[in-house]
Design a protein around this ligand. Structure first.
Ligand code: 1AE
Length: 406
């Protein structure tokens, strides 16, 4: 890769002169007009001039619409090393200019090195949890808004006793007047310690980091000081740069979990916005997420399988600089889907469920046990049906939601 340029790839929809469009982007988003500039001005601005890397027409789809992929090189000297600078340059005004979609970004290594990336990554998380090679399991608090701490504590204990590795707050949990965040952290982390003493198993709790954006780094530090072992952040509503600043701060010394809230407004259209593998894969990882939640190809909020796999690949594959981040393809996941997730995503996967834990006929503890039985089964090459013979919790889950053997 040319180290002098950041390369952005776009999918342009509709018949047009793609070369002219590409040239207009390369000039328009770097030095403005070019050919009309006086020679001395051209000389001064030349280091800042974008260039067309590629224009490739793609086969029209079933809809018959013509499309092309355009790749533009932007001089690195135009940027500060942060996601706001990159997104504003390569897809600021352009994002509003007709049917055009940002599908990829390639950063040269010297720029990539200026992004924090995951502090823990997959290996760090596995070390923290003492779980070297199986898929990890996370449960999500549900129906927590308005509940008093005692009720939440009881729910927390059930989730942990079910055998999960992590418990996260629901991402919509902002008003916690009846169970303030620092009280939750102290209570739940105390239970984590007790649980570890009894079972030897570690559990991480990810409280929702919320509040005015200018206060988030300080608040995160106070949460860590209070004992938080992980943090949940709704990255898109707050902006990628706050994730970057949290991940880069040595005092925010716990894994950061990125929730995909609001990103559907950015990636879901095939013609506009930003492709999910870039948004939820590369950008989240560069900015420092250790774990990234996003829709799985199954369940209630589905993402097409090829996209979901590409998000995971962008989170996990070698990029020469950053630790791999852990994908958590989620939403509507129940134990019967574990074989499909394991087949498609392998071991470096966080199985994540809210309703699939709490909605178990035997309650949240049984829900966790059903998932752990399903995970043990797939890892040891057993079918769900076989595993269900020795796990009444898994049997009940399959009776309720069905089971998918592969
Ligand atoms: C892709 C995000 C999933 C999520 O945040 C969530 O709350 C899922 O809940 P369930 O498992 O669908 O109940």
């Amino acid at each position: 890769m040319n180290e002098e340029y950041i390369t952005a790839s776009y999918l342009v929809h509709g018949k047009q002169d793609y070369h002219k469009k590409a040239q207009a982007i390369a000039y328009g988003l770097t030095v403005g007009t070019w050919t009309e500039l006086a020679p001395e001005k051209q000389k001064a601005l030349a280091p800042h001039l974008g260039h067309v890397v590629e224009v490739r027409e793609v086969e029209p789809g079933d809809d018959g619409v013509e499309r092309a992929i355009i790749r533009i090189g932007y001089p690195v000297v135009n940027f500060t090393a942060d996601i706001p600078a990159i997104l504003t340059t390569v897809f600021g005004k352009l994002s509003m200019d007709g049917k055009i979609r940002l599908i990829d970004l390639e950063l040269p290594e010297p720029i990539l090195q200026q992004f924090p990336g995951p502090r823990f990554g997959i290996i760090g998380l596995r070390n923290l949890l003492g779980a070297p090679n199986r898929p990890l399991l996370m449960s999500i608090f549900k129906q927590c808004i308005g509940l008093p701490l005692d009720d939440l504590q009881a729910e927390y204990e059930k989730q942990v006793n079910g055998g999960v590795d992590l418990v996260k707050d629901d991402e919509i949990y902002f008003r916690d007047d009846n169970a303030p965040i620092f009280d939750r952290i102290k209570a739940f982390e105390a239970y984590n310690r007790k649980h570890e003493e009894k079972t030897g198993r570690k559990v991480l709790y990810a409280p929702n980091l919320t509040g005015p954006v200018t206060e988030l780094v300080e608040r995160a530090k106070r949460m860590v000081e209070a004992g938080a072992s992980c943090l949940l952040l709704n990255v898109a509503p707050y902006g990628f740069d706050i994730l970057h600043r949290l991940a880069a701060d040595p005092d925010v010394s716990v894994p950061i979990m990125a929730h995909p809230a609001f990103t559907g407004a950015m990636y879901a259209s095939p013609e506009y916005g930003t492709a999910a593998p870039l948004l939820l894969g590369k950008l989240m990882r560069w900015a420092g997420a250790d774990i990234v939640l996003y829709p799985s190809p199954y369940g209630s909020v589905a993402m097409p399988k090829d996209e979901a796999l590409q998000v995971a690949s962008n989170l996990r594959e070698e990029n020469g600089v950053h630790e791999p981040a852990l994908p958590a393809p989620a939403a509507g996941i129940h134990p019967g889907l574990v074989p499909l997730l394991y087949r498609d995503f392998g071991s470096d996967l966080l199985v994540n469920a809210g309703g699939g834990v709490h909605g178990h006929p035997g309650g949240a503890e049984a829900g966790g046990k059903a998932f752990t039985a399903a995970i043990s089964a797939v890892v040891s090459g057993k079918s769900l049906a076989e595993a269900a013979q020795s796990s009444p919790e898994l049997r009940a889950a399959i009776e309720k939601w069905g089971g998918h053997e592969v």
